[in-house]
Design a protein. Structure first.
Ligand SMILES: Nc1ncnc2c1ncn2[C@@H]1O[C@H](COP(=O)(O)OP(=O)(O)O)[C@@H](O)[C@H]1O
Ligand SMILES: [Mg+2]
Lengths: 494, 212
C-alpha cells in the first residue's frame, strides 16, 4: 500500500489540471460581458460552478482522462503473482478499486484546487448571486442549479459526489472486465467508445432518452434538469454501481453455471426487457397534454383496430402478446420433448394431462396482465401523470384484464391445438404469427377474427367490450372442442 | 380374462407395414420376452400397449377395458420407452419426485430406496444431462418400478448397463416377478431373454409368433 501511495501522490496531476484552469479563466473573462449586459454581479460560487458543471469540460476532458489513466493503471499493475497472493479476482478487483479511488481523490483535489484558485478574488457569498436568476441561453448552468439547490455550496458538494460516483462505477466495470477477459484492448476500445458515445448522446440524442445519456451523470446541472429531479441521476448510478459490486462479488464462481442460467433465462429476460422498454417509450413519448395514467395504458397497449393503425403499436402488440405465447410454447416443448412418455403414462388420458396444465396457463396469463398493468400505471404515476378516475374506468380495466385474458387464452390454445396437428410446436407458432395479418387495416373483416381483439385502441371507438368477450368466448369454446377431440384421437409421438 | 389382449391388430406407417391382423394375449404374473430384428416394430408394439399410438385396426384391451374408449393410458403400468424421458437440468431425485407428484402415491423415502435398488445413490447431485448412458438407464428403471406398478413394459431395459448392473437388474426383475408383477421386455441380447422369460414371442411376417 505504501508503495502505491507514493506512486499515486503525483504532481503530474498539476499538469493535467492546467487546461481546466485555463478553461476556468476563460469562463471568468467572459462573465464580465455577461455582468455588464444584464447588470448583475457574479460571486465566487458562480465562477466555480460554471466551470465545474461544464458538460464539454467533463465529457471531453475530465471523464475520458480519468478513464484512460485508470485503464493504464489497471493494465500496468496486473500481475499473476500478486493475483495468486490475493487469492481471488474479487479481492483483486477491490484492491484495484481502492488504488483507483486514491487516484480519483488526488485528481479531484487538484481539480477543485484549480477551480477554487481561478475563482479567487471575486465577491464572496454563501448565497446565490443574481446571475442565476437570468433565464437565457448560455446561462443554463447557474439558472438550473439555483432553481434546484438552496445554496451554491450544496450544488458544489453534490457535483463532486455525482462525478466521483460515476467515475467509480466505470472503474469497477473496467476492473471486472479486465479480471474476466484480461484484455487491455477491450478497455481501450471502451475508452474510445465512451468518448464517441458521449459526444453522440450529448449532441444527437433527444431529451427523452435521458437515462442513457452520459452527461446526465457527469454534470449535476444537466442531470437534474433532464430528469427534473435531484434524486434520479444519483440513484441510477448508484443502482448501476450496486449491480457491478454484486457481479464483482460473484466473479470467482464458476461461469459455466452462470452461462447456463443466462442461456436458460435469456428469452425471458429479453421478453421482459422489450415489454419494459415499450412501456417506457410510450410513457416518455406522450408528455404533452393533460393525460391521465389510464390514457397512457390505452396508448401503450393500443394495438390496432379497423380504423386505427400504427406500425409501432402493432409491433409492440405482437411482441408482448405473441412473445408470451412463444415463451409458453418453449416451456411446453421442453416438457413434451424431455419427459413426455413417463409423464403421460401416469395420467388416465391426454385430457387429464392437459387439465394438469390448465391452471398453469391461467395463472401465467393473469400474472402477465397484472404485471403489465401495474408496471405501466406505476411508471406513469412516477413520471407525474394524473391518477384521475375517468367515467369509463371499469370498461378500461375490464377490456385490459378480461378481454386480454380471453385473447391470450385463445392464442395459447391455438398453439397447442396446431402443434398437436402438425406435431411441431414451432410450426404452430409461425401459424399464429401468420394470423396477425388480420390485425392489419382492411384485413380485420369487421373484427370477426380473434386476433388482437384486446387492443386498447377499441376504447376510443364505439365497440362493446362485452361483445368482444362474447366473440372470444365463442372462439375459445370451438377451439376447446377441437382440441379435446384431437387429444383423444391422435397418436402421441415425439 | 387376460391381462393384456391384442385383438386383430394392424399397424403401418406410410406404406411400411409392421403388424397385420395379429392377435395375442399376455397373462398375469409372467415374464414375457419380445424379440425381432431392428425395425420390426417392438417399440411400436409397446407404444400401442401404452396407448400412445393407436392401431389402424383392431383393439387393445387391458384388464378387459379397451384403450381409447374410457381411458387412454392403462392404469398402474411402469414403462421404459426408447426415448429420453427426463428434465436435463434437474437431478435424478428431482426428476423422480416430479413424476411421482403426478399421482402423489409415494414418499421421498420410497424414491430414495428405489434409487439405491437400481444402483444409483440418491445423494448424487449431478444434473441428469451430465449422467452417463448407463446411469440414465438406471433412472429409467427406477421410475418404472418406484410406484410398485403392477405391470412393467420394458423396452431394452439392459441397454448401456455394465455386467454387474445387468446382473443386479436381472435379479431385481426376478424378485419383482416373484412378488406377482407382470413383465414384458424386449432385448437384442438372447441371454437376457433366455434367463428371465417364461414365454417368448418373435415378430415375423407382421405377426407375433410364440416360440417358447
Ligand atoms: N411415427 C412413425 N412414423 C413413421 N415411421 C415410424 C414411426 N414410428 C416407427 N416407425 C417405423 O416403424 C419401424 C419399427 O420401429 P420400432 O418399433 O422402433 O423398431 P424396433 O423393433 O427396432 O423397436 C421402423 O422402421 C420405424 O422407422
Ligand atoms: Mg426399439
Amino acid at each position: 500500500m505504501i508503495k502505491v501511495r507514493k506512486q499515486v501522490i503525483n504532481w503530474k496531476w498539476l499538469f493535467a489540471v492546467i487546461p481546466v484552469a485555463l478553461y476556468a479563466i476563460n469562463n471568468r473573462l467572459s462573465m464580465q460581458y455577461f455582468e455588464l449586459r444584464y447588470d448583475v454581479v457574479a460571486n465566487f460560487w458562480d465562477y466555480v460552478l460554471i466551470s465545474f458543471s461544464d458538460v464539454y469540460l467533463l465529457l471531453f476532458y475530465i471523464f475520458p482522462l480519468i478513464l484512460f489513466v485508470s485503464t493504464v493503471h489497471i493494465n500496468r499493475t496486473f500481475d499473476y503473482t500478486k493475483l495468486i497472493r490475493l487469492g481471488s479476482y474479487k479481492k483483486w478487483i477491490f484492491t484495484k478499486l481502492r488504488q483507483l479511488m486514491i487516484i480519483d481523490i488526488n485528481f479531484l483535489l487538484f481539480l477543485i484546487a484549480a477551480l477554487l484558485l481561478t475563482a479567487i478574488n471575486t465577491p464572496f457569498s454563501m448565497e446565490w448571486s443574481n446571475v442565476g436568476r437570468i433565464n437565457t441561453s448560455g446561462n443554463e448552468i447557474l439558472y438550473y442549479l439555483q432553481q434546484y439547490f438552496s445554496k451554491p455550496f450544496l450544488a458544489f458538494i453534490l457535483q463532486i459526489i455525482l462525478l466521483l460516483l460515476t467515475i467509480v462505477t466505470f472503474q469497477i466495470m473496467f476492473c471486472i472486465l479486465y479480471a474476466r477477459f484480461q484484455n487491455v484492448s477491450l478497455l481501450y476500445f471502451i475508452n474510445g467508445f465512451m468518448y464517441l458515445y458521449g459526444a453522440i448522446s450529448f449532441k444527437l440524442f433527444p431529451a427523452s432518452i435521458k437515462f442513457v445519456s452520459v452527461q446526465n451523470y457527469l454534470s449535476l446541472f444537466h442531470g437534474v434538469a433532464s430528469f427534473d429531479s435531484i434524486f434520479i441521476p444519483f440513484s441510477v448510478m448508484f443502482v448501476a454501481l450496486m449491480i457491478l459490486v454484486f457481479i464483482a462479488n460473484k466473479i470467482d464462481q464458476n461461469y459455466k453455471q452462470l452461462k447456463n442460467l443466462i442461456k436458460r433465462y435469456s428469452p425471458l429476460f429479453l421478453y421482459g426487457f422489450l415489454c419494459f422498454m415499450g412501456i417506457l417509450f410510450n410513457v416518455s413519448n406522450n408528455t404533452e397534454g393533460e393525460l391521465s395514467v389510464w390514457d397512457i395504458l390505452i396508448v401503450t397497449f393500443s394495438g390496432t383496430t379497423n380504423e386505427m393503425f400504427s406500425l409501432v403499436s402493432f409491433v409492440y402488440h405482437v411482441v408482448v402478446f405473441m412473445g408470451f405465447v412463444y415463451l409458453f410454447q418453449l416451456l411446453l416443448h421442453k416438457y413434451l420433448s424431455e419427459m413426455s412418455y413417463y409423464m403421460l403414462i401416469r395420467y388416465k388420458s391426454m385430457y387429464r394431462w392437459f387439465l394438469s396444465w390448465f391452471p398453469k396457463i391461467i395463472i401465467g396469463i393473469w400474472l402477465l396482465l397484472l404485471t403489465l398493468f401495474s408496471v405501466t400505471i406505476f411508471i406513469a404515476v412516477l413520471i407525474g401523470y394524473e391518477l384521475t378516475v375517468p367515467q369509463n374506468l371499469f370498461k378500461i380495466i375490464y377490456h385490459f384484464m378480461i378481454n386480454g385474458f380471453l385473447q391470450l387464452l385463445f392464442y395459447v390454445l391455438f398453439v397447442i391445438t396446431v402443434s398437436l396437428f402438425t406435431k411441431d410446436v414451432f410450426k404452430s407458432f409461425i401459424t399464429l404469427l401468420a394470423l396477425t395479418v388480420f390485425m392489419l387495416p382492411d384485413f380485420s373483416l369487421y373484427n370477426s377474427i380473434p386476433v388482437g381483439l384486446n387492443s386498447m385502441a377499441y376504447m376510443l371507438e364505439k365497440t362493446s367490450v362485452f361483445l368482444t368477450s362474447a366473440k372470444l368466448f365463442g372462439y375459445i369454446l370451438i377451439e376447446t372442442i377441437i382440441l379435446l377431440f384431437l387429444l383423444n384421437k391422435r397418436d402421441y409421438e415425439i | 380374462m387376460s391381462l393384456i389382449e391384442l385383438r386383430n391388430i394392424s399397424k403401418s406407417y406410410k406404406g411400411l407395414t409392421l403388424f397385420e391382423n395379429t392377435s395375442v394375449s399376455f397373462e398375469k404374473e409372467k415374464i414375457y420376452g419380445i424379440i425381432g430384428h431392428n425395425g420390426s416394430g417392438k417399440s411400436v408394439l409397446f407404444k400401442m400397449i401404452c396407448g400412445f399410438v393407436f392401431p389402424d385396426h383392431g383393439g387393445i384391451f387391458v384388464n378387459g377395458e379397451e384403450l381409447g374408449k374410457n381411458r387412454r393410458f392403462p392404469e398402474n403400468f411402469g414403462i421404459i420407452i426408447d426415448k429420453p424421458g427426463y428434465l436435463g437440468d434437474k437431478t435424478g431425485f428431482e426428476n423422480l419426485r416430479y413424476l411421482a407428484d403426478i399421482q402423489n402415491k409415494i414418499s421421498d423415502e420410497k424414491i430414495k430406496e428405489t434409487l439405491e435398488k437400481v444402483g444409483l445413490h440418491y445423494t448424487i447431485k449431478q444434473k441428469v444431462k451430465d449422467y452417463s448412458l448407463g446411469m440414465k438407464q438406471k433412472l429409467a428403471i427406477a421410475q418404472a418400478i418406484m410406484e410398485d406398478q403392477e405391470v412393467l413394459l420394458l423396452d431394452e431395459p439392459f441397454n448401456a448397463l455394465d455386467v454387474d448392473s445387468v446382473e443386479n437388474i436381472r435379479g431385481l426383475l426376478k424378485s419383482l416377478n416373484n412378488e406377482g408383477k407382470t413383465i414384458l421386455l424386449t432385448s437384442h441380447n438372447n441371454e437376457d431373454i433366455e434367463v428371465l422369460c417364461d414365454h417368448v414371442f418373435r415378430i415375423r411376417n407382421y405377426k407375433l409368433e410364440q416360440i417358447k
